[in-house]
Design a protein around this ligand. Sequence first.
Ligand SMILES: Cc1cc2nc3c(=O)[nH]c(=O)nc-3n(C[C@H](O)[C@H](O)[C@H](O)COP(=O)(O)OP(=O)(O)OC[C@H]3O[C@@H](n4cnc5c(N)ncnc54)[C@H](O)[C@@H]3O)c2cc1C
Length: 551
Amino acid sequence: MADDADVIVVGGGLAGLVAATEIADAGKRVIVVDQEGEQSLGGQAFWSFGGLFLVNSPEQRRLGIRDSFDLALQDWMGSAGFDREEDLWPRRWAEAYVAFAAGEKREWLRAMGHRIFPVVGWAERGGYDAMSHGNSVPRFHVTWGTGPGIVEPFERRARDAQANGMLTFRFRHRVDALSIVNGTVDGVSGSILEPDDVERGKSSSRKVTGEFTLNAQAVIVASGGIGGNHDLVRQNWPKRLGEPPSNMISGVPEHVDGRMIGITEAAGARLINRDRMWHYVEGIRNWSSIWPRHGIRILPGPSSMWFDASGRRLPSPLFPGSDTLGQLQYIMSTGYDYSWFVLTQSIIKKEFALSGSEQNPDLTGKSWLMTAKRATNKGAPAPVEAFKSKGADFIVRDNLGDLVSAMNALAGDHLLKPEYLKAQIEARDREIENPYVKDTQVMNIHNARRYIGDRLIRTARPHRILDPAHGPLIAVKLNILTRKTLGGFETDLDSRVFGSDGKIMPGLYAAGEAAGFGGGGVHGYRSLEGTFLGGCLFSGRNAGRAAAKAS
Ligand SMILES: Cc1cc2nc3c(=O)[nH]c(=O)nc-3n(C[C@H](O)[C@H](O)[C@H](O)COP(=O)(O)OP(=O)(O)OC[C@H]3O[C@@H](n4cnc5c(N)ncnc54)[C@H](O)[C@@H]3O)c2cc1C
């Protein structure tokens, strides 16, 4: 039987698009199969903030940041904490990926028209010692155009290949099985889903109208992670993070269902590090939801005070923006699955950014004028102000007593004692008069303001939380928000998948989130951020090039 193409790619997200365009560019025919409609091309990456981990970039150098491969690798290894036998390939991927981020990544993208917002963000700042978790320096480079801006070059290349007859899309085709003949993966089969013109990101119909089979020399699984499937998240929840949260909101659309991961594993692929995941603790319920249980992550600056459900301030160094999984672990140890930010209008105005392309119309729309208003405006950016007035998790009051009453009413647990919160806030406020202090969060604020990027648009001038001149007071109830899957299919550096017997499965490749962004878990336990889109680029490129060469 003649093959339908040289290579089949399962998934039209960023990893799948990158792989497919590399295959077509190598002169091979490729079919991209996706269960969603054409309107969802690009998968999660479209919704993303477009943040990319780059090392020693011109943007960093212009801001006076001294970065290097060695410093970045030190940070990566300190965050990953690789400690398992199956970390052999993830560790190799980590070294190769940091070299990519310090090397050709930026220029490769730039040659395709990709551009970067000039102020580099500082995510996951750590707060421990030099060999532990966190970015020693700012490295979060936001794509000019956010998520759509990172999808655009690859969609354009894919459309060109489509026009040349080298690439075919099969939308509304859901893969249900891999075909294996004599130990070699040679195709896929599945269900054709009824057409559905539902808006991008919304849940689409699962009604089956037919079946399909497709054959090729190789199959690349680029089907994303499990974050939209809360049952799977709970099932794989690691003991070290406590009990799985009873309430979670979703940071990803419903198509991030993990189903293809189960199908690929059942076909014999080796899934490793399934207990490693990256979920956020600063999730807020979207007042204008696109997908079910839609939550948005606050990307916080360093100044909000952070309290657990009973009103105890989170311990040092668990400050906003420091250590996502450390915070998750702490919060789950309290017996409650939520926590609180308490802040002022001055802080929200400068320090709250919301992750997601639709929450950043200035950057997504590439408007310099609107973006400049981040630094000059009296209020917070419009999407943040909208959450402040319409979001179910926001409370705004003129005095602390009223604020705490409303917090208790919102949580329904009545755990917060106004005097206890007041004592902690007043103690912190007394530390604000001097630039040299005891309170480590206040020290952090001073440290952040020594970086020009933070001083310009990310860190409010230090002030007392209870100073009415900086009011009103704001409290935000923070939920746990599912997002990324850090484990995945074990692969070599050519993205070839290992079977459960430890041998390469001929014909099978994996890329993007399904491959733990490379190797089955390039991040280890923790991420430095901006590393997921970059992981799709790198693993998608490796998979596409290797599969094209082999077929
Ligand atoms: C709001 C938001 C903000 C983010 N911000 C950032 C950021 O700033 N920086 C960063 O690095 N990362 C960010 N991320 C993460 C990043 O966008 C994702 O991890 C990445 O895009 C995943 O890409 P993927 O190609 O592996 O998978 P996906 O984008 O999930 O694509 C997988 C595709 O496979 C299809 N599929 C699945 N199963 C099947 C099947 N059985 N048959 C056919 N098709 C199937 C799905 O329909 C989907 O289209 C963000 C994510 C979100 C949601």
